[in-house]
Design a protein around this ligand. Structure first.
Ligand code: SF4
Length: 295
């Protein structure tokens, strides 16, 4: 059994939330800087990137949210075998309520029937939790804050798609992804990062697309076919000219991350989770000695 101090873990999760809401990961900031440097001097795109980067600096220095929409709180949690999940969910909900009181998070949980905001960012399905056991003697808690605007332009396709001439193969997958970004234009606060789930059913396909968004910007897909597709899509999507916030420019997409799941013979889903430039994700790792590392 993995033992940990529950009160201490609440403090660690609160710090994780603060980091996620106020401090964009270094790999994302680096990607935004590279994108800014690729734009023409004096162009709207260059100015937009300047504003985005200055906003990121101010949020980090003042410990204030990077964007007013602090998004859906998505947790992927990895546990040693046999570690109970309910106490961890309770700790995270407590930390979430405190994060709202401290203004790290906006109260974002609205009852879908009554329209009433819970006021503390906790409700049915909010935060969202996904647990997996692993062989390591440590707990890793990954948190992503996913804004509503970019979630609204996320989408799912069912292949074949006769309108797009997209069949049940990688060429068909390519066509629907290009269509999704073309349809989004600047909505969803471009430049975006695409998490793609190929296969599965409607639910697991979307889940895979979200899981892909926990990858680092700079990593390479271990599958050669998918790695090549990620590079090709990024290059081609940036030729669309949508640019940051739809102002035109060289950077519409900062990265593409693709995963696959087995599917039923009768189904072929492609799910696209569009993440905005406010690509907020961090993680904490808690060792069996109580030591904590943030990533
Ligand atoms: S899509 Fe992202 S950047 Fe745009 S308003 Fe929502 S959270 Fe903020």
């Amino acid at each position: 059994m993995f033992n940990y101090d529950k009160s201490a873990l609440k403090g660690h999760v609160l710090e994780l939330i603060r980091l996620a809401a106020t401090y964009l990961p270094d790999d994302v900031v680096d990607a935004l800087r590279i994108a800014r440097d690729s734009e023409v001097e004096g162009s709207p795109a260059k100015n937009v990137f300047g504003m985005i980067l200055s906003n990121i600096d101010m949020a980090k220095n003042d410990s204030t949210p990077i964007c007013q929409d602090t998004g859906t709180n998505i947790y992927y949690i990895y546990l040693p075998e046999g570690t109970p999940t309910r106490p961890i969910m309770a700790i995270i909900k407590d930390a979430t309520e405190e994060a709202v009181e401290l203004s790290y998070l906006r109260p974002n949980a609205v009852d879908s029937l009554t329209g009433k905001n819970s006021g503390n960012n906790v409700g049915e399905g909010q935060p969202y939790f996904h647990f997996e056991e692993w062989d390591k003697d440590e707990i890793e808690i990954k948190l992503m804050l996913k804004g509503g605007g970019c979630e609204n332009v996320s989408t799912q396709y069912k292949l074949p798609d006769t309108k797009l001439g997209a069949g049940r193969d990688m060429d068909g997958v390519y066509k629907v992804i290009v269509d999704a970004v073309d349809e989004a234009q600047g909505l969803g606060c471009a430049p975006g990062i695409l998490g793609i789930g190929i296969g599965g059913d409607r639910m697991t396909s979307y889940g895979e697309s979200k899981k892909q968004l926990f990858r680092k910007m700079t990593d390479t897909n271990p599958n050669e076919v998918l790695a090549a597709m990620e590079v090709r899509l990024k290059d081609d999507l940036n030729k669309l000219g949508v640019g940051p916030m739809g102002f035109g420019g060289n950077t519409t997409i900062l990265g593409v991350k693709i995963g696959t799941l087995h599917r039923l013979p009768a189904s072929f889903f492609v799910s696209i989770s569009y993440m905005c430039w406010a690509y907020r994700r961090h993680a904490l790792i808690l060792s069996s000695k109580g030591e904590v590392v943030y990533d």
